[in-house]
Design a protein around this ligand. Structure first.
Ligand SMILES: [Fe+2]
Length: 464
C-alpha cells in the first residue's frame, strides 16, 4: 500500500503555515507566475463517498482525473468549515480519515485539492454514528446485487430515495455483487459509483459485503483474492476492521462488524477462500472463529443483524437445496448464529425477494421445513392490523431469526420451479426493490420498497 504522510492542520497552524513553496512545486508554471488558476485543475470523477464511520470518526474518499493534493474541510456550521485535513502527496485516489468527532452529530464537509474545492454545499454532509449501545431511532438502507446498470436499478434507487426523503440514513449496507459482471474498477464506476453518487454516497456511510461477482476482477472464480485483496472491491472500499465502530477487530476487510447504536451489524464473506483453504461454511475457518468471538462479545446488544451474499434458504435464481455454498452454509454455519440469538440474517445472490417468519433449527432441504417444528411464531409479522399479524417478540439472546433474501436491487430473475422456498412467508420474483431497516429502541421494522414505490412486504420485531 502506498505510504502516505498525513498532515492534520488546525486552524491556527493553517493560518501560520506558508505553503506557497509546496504549491509552486506542483502547479508550475501557473503557480510560479502567481496565478491560482492553474491549468491542470482536477475533475472529480468519483465520490465523495463515506466509509467506515464510527461514533467519533469517518473516512471520506474520492477520485480525481489528475493527481493533485488532498484536502477536506469540515465543521458543524455550514457557513464556516473551520477544520481541515490535508495530504501533501499527489494522488488521484483520495482518502482522508477524520477523527475526534462528536457522536451522532451532523458535519458539513468539502473535498478538493489545496487550491480548489471540488465538492461542497449544504447538501454535502455526514452524520457520525451514535455511541455503540445507545438507543435511538435509526434507519439503515439495504441494497442487494445492485450494480447491473438496469432500468430497475435507477428506479429502485429513486423510489428508495423518495420513501426516505424526510429522514437521514445512519448507514446503508451492500449484500454483494455490487458491480456486474466481474467487479472491475470500470464496472464499479459505471454501475455503482455513478448510480448512487448524488445522495447515498455523499451523505451516508456504506458498509459492503462481497459477492461472487466482486471476485471476478482477477479471473472467474478467483476466490483466492480474499487473501490478496487484489480486486476492485477491496481497493474501492474501506472497512472498519479494527473494532473502531464497535465489535471485535477482524483484521480482514473481507469481514468485520460495527454498531449503529444498539444494532450490532456483522458483514461476512460467503464466497472468498480464506488462507486459500477455508470458506465461511468451514467452522474451523478464521472467519467463523472471529464470528464466534464477536457474537460472544456482543451478546448483550439490543439487536444483532448479520449480512452476507449467499442465502441459506432460497428458491429464487439460485436453489439452496442444490447449490454447494448455500447448502453448506445452512447445514454447518447458521446454527452458530441462531444459537447466539441473531435476530435477522439478510442475504442476496438470488435476484428475488424472500422473507421467512421467526424461525430456527431448519438445516435440511426445503421439503423438510415443518412450520410446527421450525417456526417460533405463526404470525405474519406484518403488524398491520390483519389477523395474526402481531410483531415477533423475542427476549435478548433468545433463539429466533428472520431470514431475508433481498437480491433484486437491479436484476429480477426467473425462480426455480418449486419456488417459493417452504421456509418463506413472503416471496416475490417479479418486482425489484431495496430494503429499509428502522429501529426505535426495542422495536425493529423491516420494509421492502419496490421499484414502483410500493412497500410489498414488511415485518416488525420487538425485544422484551
Ligand atoms: Fe451472486
Amino acid at each position: 500500500m502506498m505510504r502516505i504522510r498525513l498532515i492534520a492542520i488546525s486552524s491556527l497552524l493553517w493560518a501560520g503555515m506558508n505553503i506557497s513553496a509546496v504549491q509552486a512545486q506542483n502547479y508550475s508554471p501557473a503557480v510560479k507566475n502567481g496565478s491560482e488558476k492553474f491549468s491542470n485543475k482536477a475533475k472529480l470523477i468519483r465520490g465523495p463517498y463515506l466509509q467506515a464511520a464510527s461514533d467519533t470518526s469517518i473516512v471520506i474518499r474520492w477520485r480525481t482525473d489528475v493527481a493533485v493534493r488532498t484536502k477536506v474541510a469540515y465543521g458543524e456550521d455550514f457557513s464556516g468549515l473551520q477544520k481541515k485535513v490535508e495530504k501533501l502527496e499527489l494522488a488521484t485516489e483520495h482518502e482522508v480519515k477524520l477523527v475526534g468527532l462528536k457522536p451522532d452529530t451532523k458535519y458539513y464537509y468539502s473535498v478538493g485539492s489545496l487550491n480548489d474545492t471540488l465538492e461542497s454545499g449544504q447538501s454535502i454532509y455526514f452524520k457520525t454514528l451514535p455511541k455503540p449501545g445507545a438507543k435511538g431511532t435509526y434507519n439503515i438502507g439495504i441494497f442487494g446485487d445492485c450494480g447491473a446498470l438496469t432500468v430497475n436499478q435507477a428506479k429502485v434507487r429513486d423510489q428508495f430515495n423518495e420513501y426516505t426523503k424526510d429522514i437521514d440514513l445512519n448507514a446503508w449496507i451492500l449484500l454483494g455483487d455490487n458491480a456486474y459482471n466481474d467487479g472491475t474498477d470500470i464496472e464499479f464506476q459505471a454501475k455503482f459509483f455513478n448510480i448512487y453518487k448524488d445522495r447515498l454516497l455523499k451523505n451516508y456511510p456504506v458498509y459492503p459485503s462481497p459477492g461472487n461477482h466482486d471476485y471476478h476482477d482477477v479471473d472467474f472464480g478467483a476466490e483466492y483474492a480474499q487473501n490478496t485483496h487484489n480486486t476492485a472491491y477491496y481497493k474501492n472500499f474501506t472497512m472498519p476492521i479494527n473494532g473502531e465502530a464497535g465489535g471485535v477487530p477482524s483484521g480482514n476487510p473481507a469481514y468485520y462488524s460495527f454498531d449503529v447504536g444498539n444494532i450490532h451489524f456483522i458483514s461476512l464473506d460467503s464466497y472468498g477462500k480464506e488462507q486459500e483453504n477455508y470458506y465461511l461454511y468451514d467452522v474451523e475457518s478464521p472467519q467463523v472463529k472471529w464470528v464466534q468471538r464477536d457474537l460472544e462479545a456482543n451478546k448483550n446488544k439490543g439487536w444483532v443483524v448479520a449480512f452476507w451474499h449467499y442465502p441459506p434458504y432460497s428458491k429464487g435464481t439460485h436453489d439452496s437445496d442444490t447449490d454447494g455454498i448455500m447448502s453448506r452454509l445452512r447445514e454447518n454455519f447458521i446454527q452458530l448464529l441462531e444459537k447466539a440469538g441473531v435476530d435477522l440474517i439478510i442475504c442476496g445472490h438470488s435476484h428475488v425477494y424472500e422473507r421467512s417468519k421467526l424461525m430456527a433449527g431448519h438445516y435440511g432441504h426445503s421439503s423438510t421445513f415443518n412450520p410446527k417444528l421450525h417456526q417460533l411464531s405463526s404470525s405474519s409479522g406484518l403488524s398491520d392490523g390483519t389477523p395474526n399479524s402481531g410483531a415477533y417478540v423475542k427476549k435478548k439472546n433468545e433463539k429466533g431469526t428472520v431470514y431475508v433474501v433481498s437480491g433484486s436491487s437491479s436484476y429480477v430473475g426467473k425462480p426455480y420451479p418449486d419456488f417459493p422456498h417452504k421456509a418463506m412467508y413472503y416471496s416475490n420474483a417479479t418486482d425489484a426493490g431495496a430494503a429499509l431497516l428502522q429501529v426505535q429502541g426495542d422495536k425493529l421494522q423491516f420494509k421492502w420498497i419496490c421499484a414502483d414505490g410500493i412497500v410489498r412486504d414488511q415485518f416488525t420485531m420487538e425485544k422484551k
